[in-house]
Design a protein around this ligand. Structure first.
Ligand code: NAD
Length: 260
């Protein structure tokens, strides 16, 4: 389905981004991986996807907290592959604290990586996508782009902002062949959530299994985690012809969280 297309997935060395990258490669896209981590492990991931699917897979370690690096990632991809069709803005970080204690540096970092990076990447990618009369921009937001939780001021603000940005870009590109949508996952068991499970375990004297159950029970009625590969499937759907008229909106993949 995606043969000949070129996709960038930011923050794809781990978790959800890696699940999305693998699904896009499975469907035939050439890939640019991005994110932090051990150089050897990243190379194992990169070469593994390339071997399994037989497409070109590149890695670019651009830091999504730096506007020039984000725009540079787009430019380098177009330079290397000659085109850009799919942009998945996924890189993200979390930090939790009451608003009056929230460290300024953490607020700034979350806004930069979880929101501003998507703005810079979209701004840099759009001219090329419009020229090609086809493009798919998928922003990985969160249930926290639609509803709030305590102690997540920066994350909730950034994700609500990302949903707003999605709507504007959807409107500005309507009819151009480019679509822009946000995916809003509930709990996914990745390193980002593992830390929150450990915090619950430590605070309430539980083991990891009990703490994970409590985390789910508080928010996610299905009582099951969403998987990175299910989110890969959601992004693939948004890249399919069935989704040509879906733009400027959100798709929740949250086990019923935001239905409450
Ligand atoms: P993760 O920690 O497993 O992965 C985050 C990725 O972002 C990693 O590849 C990391 O290296 C990369 N990254 C972090 N800072 C970066 C930077 N400055 N520059 C480049 N890359 C950077 O987390 P995840 O759970 O897979 O989260 C991915 C996205 O999904 C995030 O935007 C997160 O907010 C969102 N999300 C996660 C959940 C969940 O339950 N895990 C739920 C909803 C939304």
């Amino acid at each position: 389905m995606l043969k000949g297309k070129v996709a960038i997935v930011t923050g794809s060395t781990s978790g959800i981004g890696l699940g999305i990258a693998k699904e896009l490669a499975r469907l035939g896209a050439d890939l640019v991986l991005n994110g932090f981590g051990d150089a050897g492990e990243i190379e194992t991931i990169r070469s593994g996807i390339e071997r399994e699917h037989g497409h070109r897979v590149a890695y670019d370690g651009a830091d999504m907290s730096k506007s020039d690096a984000v725009r540079g990632l787009i430019a380098a991809t177009v330079e290397k592959f000659g085109r850009l069709d799919i942009l998945v803005n996924n890189a993200g970080i979390q930090f939790t604290a009451p608003v009056e204690e929230f460290p300024i540096a953490k607020w700034n970092a979350i806004l930069e990586i979880n929101l501003s990076a998507a703005f810079h990447a979209i701004a840099a990618a759009l001219p090329r996508m419009k020229e090609q009369h086809w493009g798919r921009i998928v922003n990985i937001a969160s249930t926290h782009g639609l509803v709030a939780s305590t102690h997540k001021a920066a994350y909730v603000a950034a994700k609500h902002g990302l949903v707003g940005l999605t709507k504007v870009v959807g409107l500005e590109t309507a009819g151009s062949g480019v679509t822009c949508n946000a995916v809003c996952p509930g709990w996914v068991r990745t390193p980002l959530v593992e830390k929150q499970i450990s915090d619950i375990a430590a605070q309430r004297g539980k083991n990891q299994k009990e703490a994970a159950k409590e985390l789910l029970a508080e928010k996610q009625p299905s009582l099951d985690f969403v998987s990175p590969s299910q989110l890969g499937g959601t992004v693939a759907f948004l890249c399919s012809p069935a989704a040509d008229q879906i733009t400027g909106t959100t798709i929740s993949v949250d086990g019923g969280w935001t239905a409450q």
